[in-house]
Design a protein around this ligand. Structure first.
Ligand SMILES: Nc1ncnc2c1ncn2[C@@H]1O[C@H](COP(=O)(O)OP(=O)(O)OP(=O)(O)O)[C@@H](O)[C@H]1O
Ligand SMILES: [Mg+2]
Length: 249
């Protein structure tokens, strides 16, 4: 879906020719050190920064030069790393906004039934519908961000570090939900700094280092490869094992 992608800021390349594929209905998790260009890669895929070279394809449509709204109309929903909810709006209003932006709402589909469906996936936010999103805990807010994206019924859900800033417990809860979301059949493309957690919900893992793809492998294989984690992620064996332990508790 992405071929030879070069992108960056102010004419400077951050990505130096990236190839990336996500199978329809599959899930790919991107990992890599801070500053390696992971968020830049997602921004280029969703259309927030232009491709300087290379191509981007969503399904059968070439979108290299389409703007972000056009990509959204093709079924892409994106949850950025930061500022991913409207803090002054209630949880309900955030979800409602997702609904308002639904690109191709099925005829007859009612807001109330879509809300019921989404709240069944995210039961933790149900008691907080009237609360301002800014007053929620980090974990609850992250759930609202993902739930609002799900209101769009995306074919491709793009998540930038969903577990950032969350306690291991909240990250675990969120990833339980992501696992449930995957069963709806959508395609998932995600960055995750918690390598073990991120790879646990994916079929494929991709390691990005200094704007280049270093490694692509089945997620389970990559998760078991602690040498990779040491070299590419600057993590020592102990912290990799600690992450794995978090996952098991
Ligand atoms: N808006 C911007 N303008 C200029 N340079 C930027 C901008 N955003 C990011 N960069 C630079 O691009 C490089 C890659 O940043 P990016 O945010 O893609 O990394 P990342 O892999 O997502 O890192 P992290 O794990 O910390 O989120 C960094 O050197 C960063 O300073
Ligand atoms: Mg980032």
């Amino acid at each position: 879906m992405v071929r030879g992608l070069k992108a960056g800021y102010g004419g400077k390349h951050i990505l130096h020719g990236v190839d990336l594929d996500v199978a329809a209905g599959g899930a790919l998790t991107i990992v890599g050190p801070n500053g390696s260009g992971k968020s830049t890669l997602l921004k280029a895929i969703v259309g927030l920064i232009p491709a300087m070279e290379g191509s981007i394809q969503l399904g059968s449509t070439m979108v290299t030069h389409s703007d972000a709204p056009a990509r959204m109309r093709l079924g892409l929903a994106y949850v950025p790393q930061e500022a991913n909810v409207f803090r002054n709006m209630s949880v309900y209003e955030n979800l409602r906004l997702g609904w308002e932006f639904h690109p191709i709402r099925r005829t007859g589909l009612q807001l109330s039934s879509k809300l019921d469906e989404i709240l069944a996936l995210f039961p933790e936010i149900l008691p907080h519908l009237k609360t301002s999103a800014g007053l929620l805990s980090g974990g609850q807010r992250q759930m609202v961000a993902v739930a609002s994206a799900m209101m769009l019924e995306p074919g491709l859900l793009v998540l930038d570090e969903p577990s950032a800033g969350l306690s291991p417990r909240n990250a675990g809860l969120l990833f339980e939900i992501i696992r449930r979301i995957r069963q709806t059949g959508l395609t998932l493309l995600m960055i995750e700094q918690n390598v073990q957690l991120g790879l646990s919900v994916a079929d494929q893992g991709l390691v990005l280092v200094m704007g280049r793809v270093r490694h692509v492998a089945p997620a389970a294989e990559l998760a078991a490869d602690d040498t990779l984690a040491e070299i590419f992620l600057g993590l020592d064996r102990e912290s990799v094992q600690a992450q794995a332990l978090d996952l098991n508790t």
